[in-house]
Design a protein around this ligand. Structure first.
Ligand code: UTP
Ligand code: MN
Length: 494
């Protein structure tokens, strides 16, 4: 791997240090609550007077200057930067020390009135102090201590998605995700004091639940006609929020309304409607394993030596999922080309597919990056499918009576399966991108862009500092390059 150079100078602060008169005083000005314009102004002013002012925080800083922050705010910010609780050798100072030093033309001695007070940490906050603000910096296990709160916040996130309000939805999801990472059950609002990502709205909801057991906003949302209809309509495979919203405004409320009114449906939506009940039942790990076996057999028949990996929620250790995701590659780059039609043929020949839609690989490094914003949509060769999965004999017995279209045989069920083919050179990125959770992926991309000036997708990592693509063999290398501690899949349940 290419060693990562120091981050380039921030664009807000573009003037280099002039002759430095006081090398023993290394100043860092905190942008938080100050803004980049004022920070740039103060930096220029200080440098013009011969002060050493550094753009990025490091262990060589001796004086941290901030405005409108408490000592605890600044200390938490520093701890988050360094990933550890910093020593007390650095002075945390209010802006007054800086302005006095500017007037004096030299660093004035630090007095008590300049110092921002840091409260000794209370026991209750010992853990929370260390909760980092990006989900990709934290370990989030599948089972956690705050389901009542996280389910409430995630319902509000879901509702915000139905109203096409992505910002609000992500805010609720981030708040929920922080609670998932806590090693204890939240019982008082006090315990939330130092946690990141908990906005005012989320706190209001949490407070109500802690006090009354439920939140009136969450309950009224849950029972609202719009929420229920949107959930039912987007629950149809092939139907997104836009379509569901249009139908809702036309008066439709449920899948059966679509049949009554004879809506025009595309092929995916027809399949979605036909297998609605099955596709809205959880897929179990046992079923995912059965499908793995089938996919392995298909792939090894059409391309010996190919590698297959179970992705998505099941790779993170989930016991149930809404679908089953697979990533397929071959160690000899290029051998994977044209693989999907062969797999589909093999599966169709055995009557194992109820539906499939195949898209070609359309990724080209030259055209796709780095200018193209990294987002969730990747361009791998991919097959959205619905498998016809035989039920094991014991599962069909007495409860084997099925309804409508699914009644043809009680011996099988429909399961959504996503197959993705990746060139070997992109396999580590594809693996990282397809493991999820969705929020974890989103936070990884945000971390890369905002903190590291890099652009991460399921195909590649582009480093804008070095102006190059980063070649890697493993997920571990990607985390390392991004300056993140490696988080194993089972702790990416953000
Ligand atoms: P899923 O939607 O399958 O979610 O996407 P999941 O985590 O497996 O959960 P369930 O149990 O099925 O509901 C799996 C991962 O694949 C990525 C998502 O970002 C997620 O991390 N993905 C999905 C893509 O990268 N592109 C897509 O088009 C779809
Ligand atoms: Mn999945």
């Amino acid at each position: 791997m290419i060693p990562l150079k120091r981050r380039k100078v921030s664009q807000t602060v573009n003037q280099p240090n002039q002759t430095c008169k006081f090398p023993h005083v290394s100043i860092f000005i905190l942008e938080r609550k100050m803004g980049s314009t004022r920070r740039a102004f103060l930096t220029r002013l200080g440098r013009s007077k011969g002060f050493l002012i550094t753009d990025t925080y490091s262990s060589s800083i001796t004086h941290v200057v901030s405005e409108n922050n408490t000592g605890d705010d600044v200390q938490t910010w520093i701890d988050n930067q360094t990933g550890q609780e910093s020593s007390s050798s650095v002075h945390l100072l209010g802006i007054i020390w800086f302005t006095e030093s500017m007037e004096a033309g030299q660093p004035v001695p630090v007095e008590d009135r300049h110092i921002l007070k840091v409260n000794p940490k209370q026991n209750v906050n010992d853990n929370t102090m260390l909760i980092k603000s990006y989900a990709c910096q934290r370990r989030t296990p599948l089972k956690h201590h705050n389901s009542l709160l996280t389910e409430a916040l995630e319902l509000l996130a879901e509702n915000a998605e139905y109203s096409d309000n992505e910002g609000r939805s992500v805010a609720f999801r981030r708040a929920a995700s922080v609670l998932k990472a806590l090693p204890y059950r939240v019982q008082t609002m006090d315990q939330l004091k130092c946690l990141p990502c908990l906005g005012e709205h989320s706190q209001r909801v949490i407070k109500e639940i802690l006090e009354d057991g439920t939140s009136s906003e969450v309950e009224s949302t849950r029972h609202s006609e719009q929420f229920q209809a949107m959930k039912a309509l987007t629950g149809i495979f092939g139907v997104g929020v836009k379509t569901a919203d249009r139908w809702f405004r036309e008066g439709l409320r449920s899948p059966s309304d679509l049949i009554c009114t004879g809506q025009q449906l595309n092929r995916a939506q027809q399949a979605g409607l036909q297998f609605y009940d099955d596709l809205n039942k959880h897929v179990t790990k046992a079923e995912a394993d059965m499908i793995s076996e089938i996919v392995k057999e298909a792939v090894s028949a059409v391309l010996p030596g190919a590698e297959i990996q179970l992705m998505g929620g099941f790779r993170r250790g989930k016991e149930v999922g809404h679908d089953v995701d697979f990533l397929i590659t071959h160690p000899e780059e290029g051998r994977e080309e044209g693989l999907m039609p062969k797999i589909i043929n093999w599966l169709e020949g055995r009557n194992l597919l109820l539906y499939q839609k195949w898209t070609r690989n359309s990724y080209l490094e030259k055209l796709d990056g780095p200018a193209r914003p990294a987002n969730n949509m990747d361009r791998f060769e991919r097959c959205f499918s619905i498998f016809k999965l035989d039920r094991p004999a014991e599962a069909t017995g007495s409860e084997g009576v099925r309804s409508s279209d699914q009644s043809e045989a009680s011996s099988w069920r429909a399961v959504r399966v996503d197959l993705v083919v990746s060139p070997y050179s992109q396999f580590a990125f594809a693996t990282l991108g397809w493991t999820g959770s969705k929020l974890f992926e989103r936070e990884l991309r945000r971390w890369a862009g905002q903190e590291k000036r890099m652009s991460l997708s399921s195909h590649a990592l582009y480093d804008s500092n070095q102006r190059c693509y980063v070649r890697v063999q493993s997920e571990e290398e990607i985390f390392a390059y991004l300056g993140l501690e490696f988080i194993p899949p089972c702790e990416r349940n953000a």
